[in-house]
Design a protein around this ligand. Sequence first.
Ligand SMILES: Nc1ncnc2c1ncn2[C@@H]1O[C@H](COP(=O)(O)OP(=O)(O)OP(=O)(O)O)[C@@H](O)[C@H]1O
Ligand SMILES: [Mg+2]
Length: 245
Amino acid sequence: MGQLQRLGALGEMSSMIAHELNQPLAGIRNYASGIVRRLRNGHAEPTPLLQASEEIEQLAARAAATVQRVRSLSQRRVHARAPVGLQTLLEHSLAAFRAALPPDQMLTVQCDAVPDLILDVDSLQIEQVLLNLLRNGLDAMRDVPPEQRELRIACKATTEGLCVAVIDRGAGLGALPPERLFEPFFTTKQDGVGLGLAICKRVIEAHGGNIEARSNAPGPGLTVAFTLPRESAEAAASREEAAHA
Ligand SMILES: Nc1ncnc2c1ncn2[C@@H]1O[C@H](COP(=O)(O)OP(=O)(O)OP(=O)(O)O)[C@@H](O)[C@H]1O
Ligand SMILES: [Mg+2]
């Protein structure tokens, strides 16, 4: 990365952090001032002090989670590429997704036949992408009757490599231009940070692929699809070599 580009990225990152941390920090300051005021005035009843302290705890946790996510967003480079089977990668992502669901969550997750492919990727990062997409799909079906909530994963081998789509039956895009979804901090959710898809885009582009969203036709719902390039001939050859060594 050139010096100018680096400065640009730094500026972008700093404004993201500033933007997103301002709110919890202001909240923490207000609650802390309230506590100080009460203690100074001799109003030391435990209940309101406890409530304010709990609010501070939550705001600090949210700020920490944001820092964590901005940090992973700034990792444009792929750190740990290694050969991994597509099937394994999908299984890991689905297991992590299911583990985080509340036990009474009604949801059908379908996975179409998976092509027998080896990918040369940072598997943790790609699993994170899939998790973000599945999570968004589920969020989008909040107002859909539970028995109709359905997520589908469709994978297709192409001449360039692989295309993976996560398809939901949720609220869809409405009048939103699809590229807005990938802007950092764009969110329509009350508790959303708006970094999920921005992170997905960074990760996929760092792997040489691309990601896009499109409304399902016929609806309802949205499809978010990403591509990954085919494992290079050299990478495949050195893998074969290592396997036979
Ligand atoms: N499957 C989907 N269906 C409809 N809208 C979606 C879908 N996925 C994303 N969106 C829209 O794009 C916005 C941005 O998504 P993104 O994942 O970046 O952030 P988020 O889910 O709001 O917050 P978080 O940072 O916690 O992921 C969402 O708030 C939502 O409005
Ligand atoms: Mg999200």
